[in-house]
Design a protein around this ligand. Structure first.
Ligand code: GLN
Length: 266
């Protein structure tokens, strides 16, 4: 299909309430990489002003991190028709990246540092708990090998090697997976809880991760997979994207891996 005839709608969940630690960067990266290919892009903010109907227009969801208090406001707004539409979209394969505070809301519940448990959508089988205001936060660069199937195989084919993801995490909450695939295996950093070596989760085409806004700029292959998958779902035909010059992203990755003494993964 001629890319000029393609249109991609990015549904950005609660941009003002959930965009901590650079998560806007993921939206910009996705938008730009689609536009560089001549694809028309709409960025649709999904917030208190949005109707549940508008969630149907989304081809790729982006959800960022949030403070505990904002997560509670978001969850109150999402409950009901919006949550049902989001659940239906994700169940039927609409892709998305949900970072830190937003996946906590896709699980069964999130117990914040203070106050009441926030009930989640229960779409992904995991729970998240904050050990309390005095507990150490999980902050720093994180590197993980992406292992979730079939995403890992798709990316390995795209890259010609195992997908290594470089990110940055900052969370108090700890996530414990039930019957859902982890997104990957931690090489450096905390990941879901700093105990079991797992990072994130993957369900249908939804990526849940503790890795913030540099995720897509530092790992542009994930952005391309999201664009391809979103368009394939929409137009019901496989889409091949023209390659881009990712020299800068590669240099940034090499510099980060060197800094973390992981040059063997470069
Ligand atoms: N408030 C949540 C926590 O501390 C999420 C934080 C975030 O999104 N960075 O775990």
């Amino acid at each position: 299909m001629n890319p000029e005839h393609l249109e991609l709608t990015i549904g950005w969940l609660y941009p003002t309430l959930m965009s901590t630690y650079g998560d806007r960067g993921n939206v910009i990266c996705l938008q730009q990489r689609a536009q560089w290919r001549g694809i028309r892009v709409n960025v649709l903010p999904l917030d208190q002003q949005t109707s549940a109907e508008q969630f149907h227009q989304v081809d790729v969801f982006m959800g960022g991190g949030a403070q505990d208090r904002q997560q509670e406001i978001v969850m109150r707004d999402l409950r009901g028709a919006k949550a049902d539409t989001l659940r239906e979209k994700l169940e039927t394969g609409t892709p998305g990246v949900f970072t830190c505070g937003s996946p906590q809301l896709l699980g069964h519940y999130y117990e914040p540092a203070l106050g009441q448990r926030i009930e989640g959508l229960g779409l992904l089988d995991f729970v998240s708990k904050h050990p309390g205001p005095n507990a150490r936060r999980c902050i720093g660069n994180v590197v993980f090998e992406l292992t979730a199937s079939p995403l890992a195989q798709d990316l390995e084919q795209m890259l010609g090697r195992k997908p290594i993801v470089i990110g940055f995490e900052n969370h108090g909450g700890r996530t414990y997976l039930g019957d859902v695939s982890p997104l990957g295996k931690v090489v450096k950093g905390y990941g879901n809880n700093g105990e079991d070596g797992m990072e994130g989760a993957f369900y249908r085409n939804a990526i849940a991760t503790y890795s913030h806004g540099p995720l897509l700029p530092k790992n542009p292959f994930i952005a391309d997979w999201l664009i391809q998958t979103g368009l394939k779902q929409k137009y019901q035909t496989p889409i091949t994207l023209t390659p881009l010059d990712d020299t800068l992203a590669k240099q940034a990755r090499a510099a980060m891996l060197k800094r973390l003494s992981l040059t063997n993964l470069a």
